[in-house]
Design a protein around this ligand. Structure first.
Ligand code: GLC
Length: 550
């Protein structure tokens, strides 16, 4: 079995000093659900400090922490009321500094989450804007518009909130409305306002001065709005970019803002920013041009599902597109907004996982199959060039908690969709650390209830068990350092239908069997790692399994 001709040639990695972010394994901490040290049922910054050695032992290079700032409690911390402090429920500013300091002591980098598109309605600017009244300059930092209809009683235009319903909320009985692409408690900032631009430079510097290594930039694709708030065209998707110019998604103007932030980061050594940009694949490279973001999340990996053709097409295309602008690709299987992939991959291909949460049929889930496929996909992710983003709990093989009772749900999607979308709480349930401790060692009674089935997935029962997901991840991350990062090349192998494989410059080959038939592995290669039961030389790779060979 020989590699097909190179699909991606890249000499960037020949440099001695490859920037850390180009090939980092980054662990995402959803702080409220990670580890609660003060017993209030909500994870905290001290919990991160406590568990940093666990992350070092797992073998990741960096930690991305979801927002921990003071907030209005409307969207899991994404409604920030002060960008330069810590939510008192989660700790203090010193704790946020301690996370950076302790991580650095352990050789880990830290990425904090910045949320530029909107603030909380409890942010002093928004309070000031409401108090100031129509036409006052304090309102210009936001998007206030007069409503349509005789008394201005209808929204100014037809834009939709990502969480359901109109993207506008009326100010009392007045003619004035404000824009919020998310919850009504998250008014959108006006990024044409100089004070908004200047304030964010300061926010970045505030954390850069404290030693943070990078930023994950929230909804980087929505920051710029059409200057005249143009209506969505009939048939234009409110929430997804299509061929038409979109009035609030993926607009060209937002690249100037990214360049400005990049200049701030470039005042410091070795810092990075990664964009959450839900855009068409042909547009993603624009975000990672040399003077913009360093990286952008590649959500195609997450949505490719269990489809060999799609995976085989996507890997070289996405990699080449990133390399063309001197970035590296990123690989994401799960995050705090998505149905956990262990569950997603156990659903029939025609089932929409988000709808399935509520509508079922729940017996369609094959949890065992999902877990098996999730293990295989993890090996693919870690073998690829670029950065792998791991969402907390995926290293434990946690499933989505799809059966949370409606009374427990906290995601604004549930409320704003009028109970037609269950939302994202099922992937945010607090982690099980210890099988036999109260609340599985998370801390106090968790803000989202943990199901009994989490017990078998607790970190302490998996540690040291070679068959566990935790050990699969740990060993993969250890081998990754030796086999998967020395260059950025990936060569697709010519394999039968349903089987995808690629070779790395080191000689590592990763093969995943997404078909229905066993695939006979080539002779004479050394088995480095295996997602399923250990394979021996010349053995069959069963459907649902993946291996690393050399
Ligand atoms: C991003 C976050 C999501 C949040 C939204 C609004 O998509 O990942 O959790 O709800 O932005 O800030």
């Amino acid at each position: 079995m020989t590699p097909a001709p190179a699909t991606t040639q890249n000499d960037v990695a020949a440099r001695d000093d490859v920037a850390w972010w180009r090939r980092a394994a980054v662990y995402q901490v959803y702080v409220r659900s990670f580890r609660d040290t003060d017993g209030d049922g909500v994870g905290d910054m001290a919990g991160i400090v406590e568990k940093l050695p666990y992350l070092r032992d797992l073998g990741v290079d960096a930690v991305w922490v979801n927002p921990f700032y003071p907030n209005g409690g409307r969207d899991g911390g994404y409604d920030v009321s002060d960008h330069c402090d810590v939510d008192p429920r989660l700790g203090t500013l010193e704790d946020a500094e301690r996370v950076i300091e302790r991580a650095h002591e352990l050789g880990l980098r830290v990425i904090y989450d910045v949320v530029p598109n909107h603030v909380s309605w409890e942010h002093p600017w928004f309070i000031e804007a409401l108090a100031a009244g129509p036409g006052e300059p304090a309102r210009d930092r936001f998007h206030f518009r007069e409503g349509s209809g005789p008394d201005g009683a209808e929204p100014p235009n037809n834009w939709r909130s990502f969480f359901g319903g109109p993207a506008w909320t009326r100010v009392g009985e007045s003619r004035w409305w404000y824009l919020h692409l998310f919850d009504e408690g998250q008014p959108d900032l006006n990024w044409e306002h100089p004070e908004v631009l200047e304030r964010f430079d300061d926010v970045l510097r505030f954390w850069l001065d404290r030693g943070v290594d990078g930023f994950r930039v929230d909804v980087a694709h929505s920051i710029a709005k059409h200057p005249e708030w143009k209506d969505l065209e009939p048939g234009q998707d409110a929430l997804e970019v299509g061929a038409e110019e979109h009035p609030y998604l993926d607009r060209d103007e937002l690249h100037d803002i990214a360049r400005r932030w990049r200049r701030v980061l470039d005042e410091y050594d070795d810092r990075m920013m990664v964009a959450e940009a839900y855009v068409h694949r042909t547009r993603r490279p624009l975000y990672v041009r040399p003077d913009e973001y360093h990286q952008a999340f590649n959500f195609e990996f997450l949505s490719v599902g269990w489809d060999a053709d799609a995976l085989g097409e996507m890997i070289p295309t996405v990699t080449a597109a990133a390399h063309e602008v001197d970035s590296t690709p990123t690989w994401v299987l799960s995050n705090h907004d998505q149905v956990r992939h262990t569950t997603r991959l156990g659903l029939p291909p025609d089932v929409n996982a988000k709808e399935w949460l509520l509508d079922g049929p729940h017996e369609a889930l094959d949890a065992k199959l999902g877990l098996r496929r999730a293990r295989a996909m993890a090996l693919v992710m870690f073998a690829l060039p670029g950065s792998a983003y791991v969402y907390q709990g995926e290293e434990l093989g946690l499933p989505e908690v799809w059966d949370l009772p409606p009374s427990a749900l906290r995601d604004p999607t549930w409320r704003r969709s009028g109970g037609t979308e269950k939302g994202r709480d099922g992937c945010r349930v607090p982690l099980p650390w210890e099988a036999d401790a109260p609340n599985f060692g998370f801390g106090g009674e968790p803000w989202l209830p943990q199901p009994p089935r989490f017990r078998g997935r607790a970190a302490d029962v998996q540690a040291g068990d070679p068959a566990s997901v935790l050990e699969l991840y740990r060993v993969a991350l250890e081998l990754r350092d030796r086999w998967c990062i020395e260059d950025e090349q990936v060569d697709l192998l010519d394999l039968p239908n349903g089987v995808v494989g690629f070779a790395r410059g080191s000689g590592l080959r990763c093969i995943i069997n997404m078909g229905d038939e066993p695939f006979t592995l080539p002779d004479g290669e050394v088995l480095l790692h295996s997602a399923g039961p250990a394979h021996t030389d010349g053995a069959d790779l069963a459907p649902g399994d993946a291996v690393w060979l050399a």
